[in-house]
Design a protein around this ligand. Sequence first.
Ligand code: COA
Length: 258
Amino acid sequence: MSYQNILLEQNGAIATITINRPKKLNALNKATLEELHEAFVDAQTNNSIRVIILIGAGEKAFVAGADISEFSNYDTAQGADLARKGQELVFNLIQNLKTPVIAAVNGFALGGGLELAMACHFRVASDNAKMGLPEVSLGVIPGYGGTQRLAQLVGRGKAMEMIMSAAMITADEALKYGLVNYVVTPEELLPFCEKLASRISRNSSTAIAAAIKAVNANYNKDINGFDEEIKQFGNCFGTPDFVEGTTAFLEKRKPNFK
Ligand code: COA
C-alpha cells in the first residue's frame, strides 16, 4: 500500500514509521489515522519486523495533536465516534501490538500526539520535546485514551494537574515523572532508539509478544494479570524460541531466534 501521510522504512529487523505532515506539525487527521492503522496491522503480520520506531517528520514536532480543523464542527455523537474509532483502530491497536513500538518523541507531543506516544510500549524524547494534554483549553478532554494512560504512567495527581492546567512540560520534567524513559539530544534520538531496538530485536519475539500481553493485562479490568501471566508463561514452553533459548544457554552459545 502506498501512503500519503506517513513514511515507512525498514532497516533489517527494525521498521521506522514517520508521521509525515510537517507543515501541520504532523497533526493527526482522519487519513493519517487510517494509514497508521494499516501500517501497524501490516507491520505486525510481517515476521521480518521485530521492533517499530514511531517518529514525526521535521525538527519541530512528533505530533501536535488531533487535527483541530477536522472536528471543530462535530456534534456529541460525532465526537464520541471520533474517540471510539481512534481508540480502537490506532491507540489500542498499538498498545496491544505484538511487535514492540518505541515512540521517538522529537518535538511537540500534544493532545493526540502525547496520547499516541503513550500508546507506544515506551518513549524516548529529544531534549527539545514538549509534552502536554491541552484539550481543556479547547473545551474538550483527551479522547484517545489520554485520561487513562497518563494517570497510569505518571500517577493520578500529576495527570490531573497536566490535564487541568493544559500546560506543556519539558523533556526533563517528563523524564522525572516517568513519562519518558530517556532524554537525548535531537541528533542522538534516532540512533539511540535504533540501538535500543536492535538490542530488543535479538531477543525472542514470541516471548516479547507474550510479555506485552501479560503487562497490558494489568490495565484491562476484564483480565486478571497474574492469571494472564501464568497463561503466557505456559504458552512460551510450547514455542521453538523456548527450545532455542534454553538449549543455547546450556550449550554456552548465543541464541539464534528465527
Ligand atoms: N491541528 C491542526 N493544525 C495544527 C495543529 C493541530 N493540532 N497543530 C498545529 N497545526 C498547524 C497550524 O494550524 C499551522 O498551520 P498553518 O501554517 O496552515 O496555519 C501549522 O500547523 C504550524 O503551526 P503553528 O501554530 O503556526 O506553529 P507554532 O510554532 O506557532 O506553534 C504549537 C506550535 C504546537 C504550540 C501550536 O501549533 C499549537 O498549539 N497547536 C495545537 C496543539 C493542540 O491544542 N493540540 C491538541 C489538539 S486536541
